[in-house]
Design a binder for this molecule. Structure first.
Ligand code: UD1
Length: 421
């Protein structure tokens, strides 16, 4: 298993190109199942999760191919011959559940393994199933699989989600494009990835209104056609690199970054003493003074502070002046990076969903273990500013969601090396 060694090496300066969003790409790819014409995605990120989705789509009989060094994904679903998403693949990646809505909408049936537990909490899929039931699907759970049927096709309906779920909104939105009549999804997720999905579906001929608001209205159509769509920039990768100058000092330009993808996060950086300015090609970030100030953060659905940036923000606050309080409201077990940061000398107190971080002058390098995707990059960020070497193991988590992280950080002047064992 690979390890990454990071050695604190002072300020970081330069430019970082931001890749296409993993989470947008993972929902755009299953949209191919809604049409028998080709769907081409450009600006795709080169990540292991994308390869897992390709394997899943291929297992259903869809054509899925990486072109141009992985930056383009060519998809076509004219020959789908298997309507079962097997546990072997689904257990690797929870986003696999996103094939359920499209398969059901186009073929009237689907069998999808339940994703099972996950390191950052229980993460059930009940809202996905309820949304599809509201469109007339019959669901049965047998031997760890969801058996879904809609013999007469899905029908539009009105559904109010009890709380915001990104994945359930995506599944319901895709299914509703081919349902008969009008579907109204209330308390829908408003994340930029949903907006990107709606835009792509509209290019494919879907009739959708309200993306980016809490209510989505979808008028079902008989068929969708092919399209070419560029994947939106990855706001989580963007936010992660924006924290590098906060932690190490220096000045970084994030190419392709846009403030509207990440508004509240920019406000929090401002409060912490980090200046974010818009440039012609993206966003420029630098620390206003030597020290970062403590800030309080509560994770919330978009447009609130993203849970996927909580671990990285915690890493930055470990050496801030004063006490910061981070509240995690989306996932119940998402502070696993805290004990690892404490191995590096951080002063963190976790009680339930609240972590109190008291800034220390400097972190010290240590062997640490990545426990999930965002935790892994938070340890790398912490290591960039620590004294000595930080050895991060289990970096396969990192490869699921960060494209060429060593190259991108090295180009900024970081001392970072991958060791393959
Ligand atoms: C997506 C993102 C993930 C991000 C999360 C929240 C992808 C591939 N992943 O995950 O990176 O951290 O949004 O921004 O896009 N829940 C239920 N029942 C359900 C569905 C969700 O109880 O049927 C709960 C979850 O356990 C969680 C909360 O709802 O506590 C929000 O989860 P959700 O928005 O669905 O996250 P994902 O779509 O899985």
């Amino acid at each position: 298993m690979d390890k990454i060694v990071v050695t604190g090496n002072g300020a970081l300066n330069g430019q970082v190109p931001i890749a296409g969003a993993k989470n947008a790409c993972l929902t755009l790819m299953p949209a191919t199942l809604l049409s028998d014409e080709p769907l081409t995605l450009t600006n795709a990120p080169r990540l292991s999760d994308i390869k897992t989705m390709i394997t899943l789509l291929q297992s259903l009989g869809a054509e899925a191919q990486l072109l141009q060094d992985g930056k383009v994904i060519a998809l076509a679903s004219h020959d789908v011959n298997n309507l079962t998403a097997h546990y072997d693949i689904v257990r690797k990646m929870r986003a696999s559940i996103l094939v359920l809505g499209p398969l059901l909408a186009r073929y009237g049936q689907a069998v999808v393994s339940l994703p099972g537990g996950c390191a950052i909490g229980a993460r059930p899929v009940d809202l996905h199933l309820k949304a599809l039931e509201a469109m007339g699907a019959e669901m049965e759970l047998r031997e760890g699989y969801v058996h879904a049927k809609a013999p007469g096709g899905l029908k539009g309906g009105v559904l109010e989600f009890p709380f915001v779920s990104v994945g359930a909104t995506e599944n319901a939105l895709m299914a509703a494009t081919l349902a008969k009549g009008t579907t109204v999804l209330k308390n829908a997720a408003r994340e930029p990835e949903i907006v990107d999905l709606a835009r792509c579906l509209r290019k494919m001929g879907a009739q959708i209104e309200g993306e980016g608001t809490g209510t989505l209205t979808i008028e079902g159509v008989d068929r969708l056609h092919g399209a070419t769509h560029p994947v939106v920039a990855d706001r989580i990768e963007l936010g992660t690199y924006m924290l590098a100058p906060a932690i190490c000092g220096g000045e970084i330009e994030l190419l392709g970054g846009r403030r509207e993808l990440i508004g509240v996060f920019c406000d929090k950086l401002d409060e912490a003493g980090i200046e974010v300015t818009e440039t012609r090609d993206g966003l420029n970030v630098r620390r206003r003074s030597n020290a970062v100030h403590s800030v309080n953060v509560t994770t919330e659905p978009f447009p609130g502070f993203p849970t996927d940036l909580q671990a990285q923000m915690m890493a930055a606050l470990c050496t801030a002046e004063g006490v910061s309080v981070l509240e995690e409201t989306i996932f119940e077990n998402r502070f696993m990076h805290a004990p690892e940061l404490m191995r590096m000398g951080a002063n963190i107190d976790v009680h339930g969903g609240i972590a109190k971080v008291t800034g220390v002058a400097r972190l010290k390098g240590a062997p640490v273990m990545a426990t999930d995707l965002r935790a892994s990059v938070s340890l790398i960020l912490a290591g960039l500013a620590a004294e000595g070497d930080t050895v991060v193991s289990r970096v396969y988590h990192l490869d699921r969601g960060y494209e060429q992280v060593e190259d991108k950080l090295s180009a900024l002047g970081a001392k970072i090396e991958r060791i393959s064992e």
